[in-house]
Design a binder for this molecule. Structure first.
Ligand code: 5AD
Ligand code: SF4
Length: 438
């Protein structure tokens, strides 16, 4: 989501007449886009801002700004931490960036622009030129859940779904400029259209008979010429409705892949986290997706060391991860966030123990991921061809529907930005290798 917001900021500044610098060292203006989800991410952003302000010694007059979740969370307090900061702009006010830059150029300093929780956000379009083949498109902002550990509802505000028409116009423009794969973004993306209307009476009804707003959006995106692939993230088990599963299984453009954060495999911890499902309900949702899509790929997020997590809770997470059969997993050490319900609970798992649990889950996942990749040897994967491989310029690479990197030798007539069928001959933990078949 931050990548998408950064692109939007760049697009706004280009439209205002600024030019993108060749590198950070050349830039007269640098804006740090920040994340508040864990303390470490905030520390990194602060460190970077400090260095940028200090860099004015060699680069006089350089402008330094902050955007995103940390700007929203800290408000005025950011100027105490980083006195040299020129401006700070919160999550729903990206549209103000060109105006703030103009005011700083006119001599003002320390400008702050944050938003209220329920303000209808600015959602500037991203760049449509030079996007490559794959682009992010924000469809839903904010989050109305209140998972006990999570700062996102505080910093990204109430849930708001963009009107379908606006999203479809943005994707059509991207597709005209060569984008072939879109990833629809939202904190709880399947909630699209549940809190505010997104379709109006003048919109044509869904040809597939979808009544829920999100499957209906998937269908409409799939109908846009040039869109070869659709992904969306992140999911929640409550969103895995029959209509959604039908749309995923039957619309050929929708990748059979879902990022479905589980966070924990232990019921008492899930309850304390206020995740709104049990282990069984989570596995039920996974079962439903796998039944409809035999080639379904599943990825997840897990938090280790949530307050009160015992060895038995941790073991439950390990067994759940095996049962669910994750293709990939992002493991995070719990980090208390100020103002969240979990911050009131004792952070009682030591840092060494969090580290140990993190390592155990990573090692489990390496084994599991390798075995799942091995099982793909002998299959034919449809790959969105990206071009030269980063590691070996002789070979080409692309991604499978399950979002795995596939490396192969280019063949006559094969163009980047098209779909190719690749027979998988070899698997490594993070990569598949194969040959193009016709
Ligand atoms: N501590 C650690 N991890 C967190 N996440 C969200 N909040 C926290 C926190 N306080 C993780 C969750 C989420 C991912 C984006 O970040 O796993 O899915
Ligand atoms: Fe945070 Fe939970 Fe909302 Fe995800 S669903 S953004 S974890 S509050």
């Amino acid at each position: 989501m931050n990548v998408r917001d950064s692109e939007a900021a760049a697009a706004l500044l280009s439209a205002a007449g600024y030019e993108q610098a060749a590198s950070e060292a050349d830039a007269d203006l640098v804006i740090v886009n920040s994340c508040s989800v864990r303390a470490k991410a905030e520390e990194k952003a602060l460190g970077k801002l400090g260095l940028l302000c200090a860099s004015r010694r060699d680069h006089p007059g350089r402008l330094v700004g902050l955007m995103g979740c940390m700007a929203q969370r800290l408000g005025e307090a950011i100027f105490k931490k980083i006195p040299g900061l020129d401006f700070s702009v919160g999550t729903r006010r990206a549209g103000a960036i060109p105006r703030l830059v103009a005011r700083v150029l006119a001599g003002e300093r320390g400008l702050l622009e944050t938003s209220s929780q329920d303000e209808i956000p600015d959602v500037p379009d991203a760049h449509v030129e030079d996007m490559g083949f794959s682009a992010f498109v924000t469809i839903l902002l904010g989050c109305n859940r209140r998972c006990a550990y999570c700062i996102v509802p505080d910093v990204r505000g109430r849930e708001y779904s963009r009107p379908a028409r606006e999203i479809l116009a943005e994707i059509a423009a991207l597709a005209r400029h060569g984008v072939r794969e879109v990833t629809l973004l939202g904190q709880s993306v399947m909630n699209y259209g549940r809190m505010n209307p997104v379709w109006d009476e003048t919109d044509p009804p869904s040809p597939g008979g979808y009544r829920e707003p999100f499957p209906r959006l998937l269908e409409a995106v799939a109908a846009i010429p040039g869109v070869l692939r659709i992904r969306f993230t992140s999911g929640h088990p409550s969103g895995c409705t029959d209509e959604l599963v039908r749309a995923m299984a039957s619309l050929p453009q929708v990748c059979h892949h879902l990022h479905l954060p589980v966070q924990s495999g232990s019921d008492p911890i899930l309850k304390a986290m206020r995740r709104g499902y049990t282990r069984e309900r989570y596995l039920e949702a996974v079962g439903k997706l796998r039944a409809a899509m035999p080639d379904f790929a599943l990825t997840t997020d897990v938090i280790v060391g949530f307050p009160g997590e015992t060895e038995a809770d941790f073991e439950a997470t390990r067994t759940l991860m095996d049962e669910a059969g994750f293709d990939n997993a992002f493991i995070f050490k719990y980090s208390p966030r100020p103002g969240t319900p979990a911050a009131q609970m004792p952070d009682d798992v030591s840092d060494e123990e969090k580290m140990r649990r993190n390592q155990v889950l990573l090692a489990d996942q390496d084994r599991r991921g390798s075995a799942l990749n091995e099982a793909l040897v002998g299959t034919v994967q449809e790959v969105l061809v990206e071009g030269r491989s980063l590691r070996n310029a002789e070979r080409w690479a692309g991604r499978s529907p399950g979002n795995k990197i596939v490396v192969f030798d280019p063949v006559e007539g094969l163009e980047p930005g098209t779909l190719a069928k690749v027979a998988i001959t070899r698997a490594a933990p993070q990569t598949l290798y194969g040959e193009v078949v016709r």
